[in-house]
Write a protein that binds this ligand. Structure first.
Ligand SMILES: Nc1ncnc2c1ncn2[C@@H]1O[C@H](COP(=O)(O)OP(=O)(O)OP(=O)(O)O)[C@@H](O)[C@H]1O
Length: 362
């Protein structure tokens, strides 16, 4: 007769492909109940599951049945995103469980396009997501989300409400000032404006806030990574060597301020012919993979150079919403899920129950 302990042991032999560890080790196993030849197993994961829930249910049932077919298995799989803060950053942001900064070593690699599609992908998986356009000098979020000309409401003359569209909450300096106005701001003023934008926005119950950082690894980026309670980061790169060298700088910057790097996303890795759909590695194969290995981070995934991505995102309907069934959307979903799964394991010993904000009077 099988015991609870045996089922736990069998379960611990299953390595989850997203977490890259077993579910017992990942503290996802919540309960096992045995009665009348049936094992009821409840599992709770720390990231949005989307379609993965059905797949995991099937894979686990098959796996457990193979090891012991004297029982039938009933799986109850659920998820909830936990709030994580880096141990060094004591103060979390109200209503925001996790902040993910998206960076690139240099401009024009498609960081904003990637940020917005990943934010939409996380939302499609079931999470509550916000996006903050931190590119003071070249805000692109209003165009990408089709929210140009919108003005955020203020409640009490201090806090501002995010703009909601396509299921995302968003905030951008582009909603508040004319582009020429911000262009003349110097470094400290730009950092100050940004910080105000971050502190004064009334986000509503976010699982993830994606911050689209300005390109580069200078003072603004460093200040932000230090002053904002960033939980983790993602680096976007293109396969060209020069971009790879710059991407390395971005990873080094996050290491310096002890922000975990969830991985690298390789953008414009291949070219998809808009006539025949043929995919070619125009910059050579495996750049992102090599970089990831060299600096010890994961390659979360690659996106092709595709006319659709450019046209859809630049027209305010990013690919993930415009073509939810497309192969490109599937890639964004896979990357988003890998990213969220990895984040669920970060500083798991430092989990805080949400909300937990400490206010000190000095
Ligand atoms: N995978 C892709 N395929 C085709 N075009 C892309 C892809 N990713 C981004 N682009 C296009 O490249 C241009 C630059 O992209 P984006 O603004 O996202 O880059 P960025 O790195 O955020 O730039 P910046 O450094 O100026 O903030 C945009 O016109 C965008 O539509």
């Amino acid at each position: 007769m099988a015991t609870e302990q045996q089922i736990r042991e069998n379960l611990s032999q299953y390595r989850d492909p997203l977490l890259k560890e077993d579910l017992v080790e990942a503290k996802a196993l919540k309960n096992i109940e045995l009665s009348d030849g049936e094992a009821r197993i409840s599992i709770k994961l720390g990231f949005p599951l989307g379609q993965y829930k059905q797949q995991l249910e099937q894979d686990l049932t098959d796996f457990l049945t193979k090891l012991d077919d004297s029982l039938s298995y009933k799986l109850d799989i659920s998820w909830r995103v936990d709030a994580h803060v880096h141990p060094a950053k004591v103060q979390a942001m109200p209503n925001v469980k996790n902040i993910i900064a998206v960076a690139s070593g240099k401009g024009g690699v498609g960081k904003s396009t990637t940020s917005v599609n990943l934010a939409l992908a996380l939302s499609a998986l079931g999470a509550n997501v916000g996006i903050l356009d931190a590119d003071i000098y070249g805000p692109s979020m209003p165009i990408m989300l089709g929210t140009q000309g919108k003005n955020p409401e203020t409640l009490d003359k201090k806090s501002i409400m995010p703009i909601e569209s396509l299921g995302l909450q968003s905030m951008s300096i582009g909603y508040l000032v004319k582009p020429e106005q911000a262009m003349v701001w110097r470094g400290p003023m730009a950092s100050g404006a940004l910080q105000q934008l971050i502190n004064d926005t009334q986000w509503k119950d976010l699982d993830y806030l994606i911050i689209d950082l300005p390109p580069g690894t200078g003072d603004i980026q460093l200040t932000m990574a230090q002053k904002i309670p960033v939980t983790a980061s993602v680096v976007v790169t293109t396969p060209q060597d020069i971009a790879l060298a710059d991407a390395r700088k971005a990873v080094t910057m996050f290491n310096k301020v002890s922000v975990p790097v969830l991985g690298v996303v390789e953008n414009m890795a291949t070219h998809t012919c808009s006539n025949c759909g043929h995919e070619e590695h125009i910059f050579g194969q495996g750049g992102g993979d090599a970089l990831a290995k060299e600096i010890g981070v994961e390659l979360l995934g690659s996106l092709p150079l595709s006319l659709n991505i450019r046209e859809q995102t630049d027209a305010g309907e990013p690919t993930v919403v415009k073509e939810p069934e497309s192969e490109v959307t599937q890639r964004y979903l896979d990357i988003a899920q890998r990213m969220a799964a990895k984040l669920s394991l970060e500083s798991k010993d430092f989990k805080v129950s949400f909300p937990s904000i400490s206010i000190e009077n000095t």
